[in-house]
Design a protein around this ligand. Structure first.
Ligand SMILES: *Cc1c(COP(=O)(O)O)cnc(C)c1O
Length: 360
């Protein structure tokens, strides 16, 4: 068996060790004679798996007891609606920073539920920087400020966050959660779809400060209400049990890699190699200002777009998969989340150099 290097933006590569453990436990989980997929979510065995996953996540991120960790469904896209429904009333002011495609989607959906203001934007320069927090036009009556720490499509990332005082900072962390240490206490709410850096699709993590729970507007569906999830320990209905179990295996794997410090070090090295190569080359380019470049998603273009399909075909042949850029920006994109080994980045750089030499 050969495993390809999968650069997909999501669902993304999972650590091979995790897949092997899942395979080994597939038919008979710890001598119980059944798969985790077949367990009642109320069983002692599954509740143990679920609690362990939550504890490991809390350890990794240093999440305090004043925060709830909710294992929800519907992806980050559902949170685009859940956040305003839970944290703001109809017509309440909510502030958003626009740094790319995912910010815009959050803004569009949020606008259906509250009075959204775009308080800063880097659209004018093609989303190649994060607007300086000093320039954000925050409203004092805003119920929260929404940011997208890592723009998966544009490959743009925040390096730091402002202190927004009493206004809770809300972050869509879908594509860079667990890639480096973060001070959770700076945020009111963090959410993330699982399929980039956490586990398989189907699970959505919400980390929310407890004082923000229980204020959902009238008419909020139970399945979107943080208070309902908190009270039921994320088992108000049948949760995506297998995805939850796999996320737990990923959390344990990250612990074995040296936790988030260990991940951050590896991720910086991987991204550094790729960007250094791109910057040294006259054939490949990345438009993002260096200090705001994502360490998870590296978009790049070829000097000649007519070579794109050639490049992708050659990559595919070598087992370098899913390098095609998002349809909205074109070019290429290498997503190099936690599970992408450094050898994958080395193989990509080697291929890029060869391609440039032959066809550039
Ligand atoms: C992938 C992604 C989303 C959408 O996630 P779904 O789980 O598919 O809804 C939202 N925001 C960011 C930053 C993403 O990377």
């Amino acid at each position: 068996m050969t495993r390809a290097f999968n650069f997909c933006a999501g669902p993304a590569a999972l650590p091979e060790e995790v897949l092997q453990q899942a395979r080994d436990e597939m038919l008979d989980w710890q001598g119980r004679g059944l798969s985790v997929m077949e367990m009642s979510h109320r069983s002692e065995a599954f509740v143990g798996i679920a609690k362990q996953a939550e504890q490991d996540l809390r350890d990794l991120l240093g999440i305090g007891d004043d925060y709830a960790v909710l294992f929800m469904q519907g992806g980050a896209s559902t949170q685009f609606a859940s956040v305003p429904m839970n944290l703001a009333g109809p017509g309440d002011a909510v502030d958003y920073v626009n740094t790319g495609v995912w910010s815009r989607k959050a803004i569009a959906e949020g606008s259906r539920f509250a009075d959204v203001a775009e308080v800063a934007s880097s659209e004018a320069d093609g989303y190649t920087h994060v607007p300086d927090p000093e320039t954000w036009q925050l409203r004092s009556n805003a119920r929260y400020v929404h940011v997208t720490p890592n723009e998966t499509i544009g490959g743009l990332a925040y390096r730091s966050f402002p202190d927004t005082g009493d206004i809770p900072l809300v972050a869509d962390w879908s594509s860079s959660i667990l890639s480096e240490p973060v001070d959770v206490s700076r945020f009111g709410l963090i959410y993330a779809g699982a399929q980039k850096n956490i586990g398989p699709a189907g699970l959505t993590l919400v980390i929310v400060r407890r004082d923000l729970i229980g204020q959902a507007r009238e008419g909020t569906p139970a399945m979107l209400d943080y208070a309902v999830y908190d009270k039921a320990e994320s088992m108000y209905n049948t949760p995506p049990t297998y995805a939850w179990y796999l996320a737990g295996l990923v959390f344990q794997w990250i612990k074995r890699q040296g936790g988030l410090e260990g991940m951050a070090e590896k991720n910086a090295r991987k991204a550094g190699k790729l960007y250094d190569f791109i910057d040294r080359s006259d054939f490949y380019a990345n438009p993002v200002q260096p200090e705001f470049r994502s360490r998870m998603n590296v978009p790049f273009t070829l000097a000649d777009d007519a070579r794109n399909s050639d490049f992708l075909a050659g990559a595919d042949e070598r087992g370098l998969l899913n390098l095609k850029g998002h349809r909205s920006v074109g070019g290429m994109r290498a997503s190099i989340y936690n599970a992408m080994p450094e050898a994958g980045v080395d193989a990509l750089v080697e291929y890029m150099a060869e391609f440039e030499k032959e066809k550039g």
